[in-house]
Design a binder for this molecule. Sequence first.
Ligand SMILES: Cc1cc2nc3c(=O)[nH]c(=O)nc-3n(C[C@H](O)[C@H](O)[C@H](O)COP(=O)(O)O)c2cc1C
Length: 179
Amino acid sequence: MDNLHQLLLERHSIRRYTDAPVDADDVRLILQAALLSPSSKSKRPWQFVIVENRDTLARLAECKDFGTKPIGTCAFGVVVAVDAAESDCFVEDASIAAAFMHLQAAELGLGSCWIQVRNRFAADGTPAEDIVRETLGIPENLTIECIVTVGHKDEQRRPVDPDKLLWEKVHIERWRQIE
Ligand SMILES: Cc1cc2nc3c(=O)[nH]c(=O)nc-3n(C[C@H](O)[C@H](O)[C@H](O)COP(=O)(O)O)c2cc1C
């Protein structure tokens, strides 16, 4: 797709994937998108762990009691970790990197989904971050923001109708209270 706005209209979170593997060149482009993302003061405080191993993915899917289904069928997941000591904008920096991967996947015709890890918990109350950290050996000093799952789409989502966007959230020149 060569039109960014059309991509934005068509982009969706895709949670079901086929068994087909993702081409290695596409995997590389998705990681490249993350590494190209802007960060506050260009600190680039993020780290990315790519996971393809099915047993490891199954363990990662247990990090929360709901919202992890895409991890079960994705071709691979990218765990986005970030060093809070390196930047006071660590959440923003990690989030932008994850969003860039999500958009790059969409541009390649692949499906992807953001799986929140930070501030989330497993069914027994264990922080999702602890489970992901222990499973992958991620150092204690890194915050784990999310996992971006990627794969070939096994569901179709309709493009957004631009007439249905929440324009009431846009204020012109100054705040306007909606009655
Ligand atoms: C910060 C953030 C956290 C999210 N966490 C999850 C999640 O844990 N599991 C999931 O299936 N989707 C998750 N999503 C995807 C949202 O549910 C999705 O973006 C939203 O429903 C809108 O759908 P769309 O992306 O198709 O427009 C998350 C998205 C964001 C931005």
